[in-house]
Design a binder for this molecule. Sequence first.
Ligand SMILES: Cc1cc2nc3c(=O)[nH]c(=O)nc-3n(C[C@H](O)[C@H](O)[C@H](O)COP(=O)(O)OP(=O)(O)OC[C@H]3O[C@@H](n4cnc5c(N)ncnc54)[C@H](O)[C@@H]3O)c2cc1C
Length: 557
Amino acid sequence: MYDHDVLIIGAGLAGMRAALAATEAGVNVAVVSKVHPVRSHSNAAQGGINAALTDRGDDWRDHAYDTIKGSDFLGDQDAIEIMCREAGDEVIAMEHMGAIFNRDEEGRLGTRNFGGQRQARTFFVADFTGQALLHVLYEQIVKAGALVYEEWFVLSLIERDGECGGVVMMDIRTGKIEVVRAKAVIMAAGGLGRVFEPSTNAMICTGDGMSLAYKAGASLMDMEMVQYHPTTLKGSGVLISEAARGEGAYLLNSENDRFMLKYAPEFKELASRDVVSRCEQTEINEGRGIDGCVLLDVRHLGEKYISERLSQIRELAMDFANVDMAKEPVPIMPGMHYQMGGVKANVDGETGVPGLYAAGEVACVSVHGGNRLGANSLLDTLVFGRRSGVHAAERAKNTSHLSIDDSAAKPDRENIERLLLNDKNESFGKIRFDMGTAMKEHFGVFRENSSMAEGISKLSLIKERAQSVYVADKTNTFNTNLLFTLELGFMIECAETIASSAFDRTESRGAHTRTDMPDRDDENWLKHIVVSDKDGKPNISYQDVVITDWTPTVRQY
Ligand SMILES: Cc1cc2nc3c(=O)[nH]c(=O)nc-3n(C[C@H](O)[C@H](O)[C@H](O)COP(=O)(O)OP(=O)(O)OC[C@H]3O[C@@H](n4cnc5c(N)ncnc54)[C@H](O)[C@@H]3O)c2cc1C
């Protein structure tokens, strides 16, 4: 058994920013990650991070309004204000820690345009911003002395009388299962992209954190809000960053028509993501697509500019679609990218379970509401990661460990034994794929009542099949077969909460677009859907959206 003041689950940007803040506050901090920290999905972030800097003639209030409008007025405005106000300091802090951002001609931090924003306020490192920030933060937490449990897998949270007092986790290298007590646990386990197939997310983005927190009594919020990114590569679904459109790329249909001029005359290709994805899907559905795709054209930017600013995505398009974007347009389609919802948390990361915090993509402070603006997620991870770290450290200074011993690991040990002894014949891979494709079919860009009902029935069959997964590998060393099976359990739980929330929302807002109910209904639905676990089933309640200065209006781009 191990003891720490603050234990952070996840070593992406949110987890490491929290770790740095908590370590600086003078408590004992450990981070656990199922992969090496710099292999976390934050590493894949390409485009950049938003901040409104006053010396550029920008104003955090404009950033806040763009975010609120982007969220289709579902984001909580008090939280958005905090995120946008603190953005500038956070970006500058990263720069001072060693992140080498691109510069403009005058040598100042440079910006690029991003979707849904009236001002270029996205700071970037070429098209590998996440990687640059993640490496800098890893150096910082090592220097600050936070302990990292690398390649450990969290199996459950330990909850006693409604409080969270630690976790049960498994050393992936040896199969050893340990109890870790902590006075505060910060959930920073990232998103659930792989609940959908295909997805831009890494294979490890399996919603573990949302499911773990949900089972420990925390609520999930805005789960119906699943972002489809407008530009993912044909076939694989690999992301082509919004940076491409930020730098000036066009979207074309099979008739060589730049169709966004018609749908969004002002913002064009840089309307918010939900809008552009719907326009593309409409073009494809109405027969103006090419083999289920439309085209992304950057040729007019010139080869030199493309290799300087978009080198990584050029390589991705060559490797995964065999297309050199400097010479040909790239076939792209809307693809699952981001979960706006997550563990309901306040602006200090507190969830409804004392001792349990949440930050980053796993959390829902609701700064993204119905649709996240590109480059606001990296910002969310840093601002709310830091705030959670500070708050959790404060709690740790004022509380003692709950009385927990090694027996807390018994249910997980028994569960793993049961999985290994199972002699049925279902394969986790097949179930995972069937679930992902069902989610895309029934809860993708466009939704509709009877299709969602069908999706829900498919999910209950999938849940039943998951009881019969056969784990072929019976050993303790790097048993990825067992890990994937455990992840499948987390994913199914997330899928159920997405499906039940989507079915419940009888309007269209942000990423949740119902063809049978196409209008936004502020009178009845200016509220969040909150899901909690009741006897193994999602139980729905509601919470009003916080409005401060910005009254909802019709959203046009
Ligand atoms: C391809 C791509 C490009 C993107 N580009 C941008 C961009 O340009 N700008 C932007 O703002 N956003 C972007 N995003 C979104 C953004 O990158 C993510 O939302 C954000 O990085 C998530 O950070 P995080 O710290 O919350 O989680 P992650 O970085 O996903 O980290 C999760 C951590 O949790 C750990 N973990 C999970 N489950 C367990 C478990 N059971 N046990 C132990 N550890 C566990 C993992 O090991 C990992 O360390 C992009 C996303 C993708 C997929």
